[in-house]
Design a protein around this ligand. Structure first.
Ligand code: T5A
Ligand code: NA
Length: 213
């Protein structure tokens, strides 16, 4: 087979940020934008609450169950590992994935509870590295003013401040910081620019890589 017959791979695009920073809103907009341009695209999210591991996580987040901090950390990681092979298959067959939270949430939230950051990163090693991480940057106070805040386990301003500090230590060259206090349409436009560039690079043969490198 000639090289031109190889299907260009999809891009792995991750949205990260504090609770209520607008990730799910922007993921949905991005999905319809890319689909509208004819790019095969799927929207994924972590935790994926549909799997049996995901149901344990969901019960924990809604305070219906209690788990040791290390245990829940590993469940979040396991929830990504159970989707890894499908993720690779989708990307290699040309589907772009927009992912609402990923390993950075895993490390930032557990580290904010006091777990060692290197211990937190270890189970994420070998998962697929995102081509682009869009970090929706907002102050914890501003985020708390948005709808629905306060129902789930981690939705407290003091805790979110610690999470923001750990997110800062995780940023690398794949990260783009997006001001998430802007109007939704502004945020949407900035994300579109970054993502179109990434989709193009992946189409042109950018290799997939692994966390953390
Ligand atoms: N977690 C997650 C871990 O501890 N470890 C892990 O490994 C992972 C993956 C659940 C929790 O789990 C933790 C992190 C979380 O605490 P979740 O299911 O993603 O994670 O949480 P959700 O409650 O679904 O979502 P978030 O709280 O993170 O909210 P979003 O998706 O950031 O925000 P969104 O889009 O729902 O918007 C919130 C509100 O703001 C408005 C929206 O209309 C909505 O009302 N809004 C704006 N308002 C003004 N201006 C804008 N630009 C706006 N954008 C959105
Ligand atoms: Na969300």
């Amino acid at each position: 087979r000639t090289e031109s017959s190889v299907k260009p791979r999809g891009a792995l695009i991750v949205l990260e940020g504090l609770d209520r920073s607008g990730k799910s809103t922007q993921c949905a907009k991005l999905l319809s934008f890319l689909n509208g341009l004819g790019h095969p695209t799927e929207l994924w999210r972590f935790p994926d609450r549909e799997t049996s591991v995901g149901q344990m996580i969901s019960a924990y987040l809604s305070n219906k169950s209690q788990l040791d901090d290390h245990t829940i950390h590993l469940l979040f990681s396991a929830n990504r590992w159970e989707k890894r092979s499908l993720m690779e298959e989708k990307l290699k067959t040309g589907t772009t994935l927009i992912v609402d939270r990923y390993s950075y949430s895993g490390v930032a939230f557990s580290s904010a509870k006091g777990l060692d950051i290197e211990w937190c990163k270890a189970p994420e090693i070998g998962l697929l590295a995102p081509d682009s991480v869009l970090y929706l940057d907002i102050s914890p106070e501003r985020a708390a003013e948005r709808g629905g805040y306060g129902d789930e386990r981690y939705e407290r301003v003091e805790f979110q401040k610690k999470v923001a500090d750990f997110y800062q230590t995780l940023g690398d060259s794949s990260w783009k910081i997006i001001n998430a206090s802007d109007a939704m349409e502004e945020v949407e436009k900035k994300i579109q620019q970054v993502v179109l560039d990434q989709v193009k690079e992946c189409t042109e043969g950018k290799p997939l890589s692994l966390l953390w490198s």
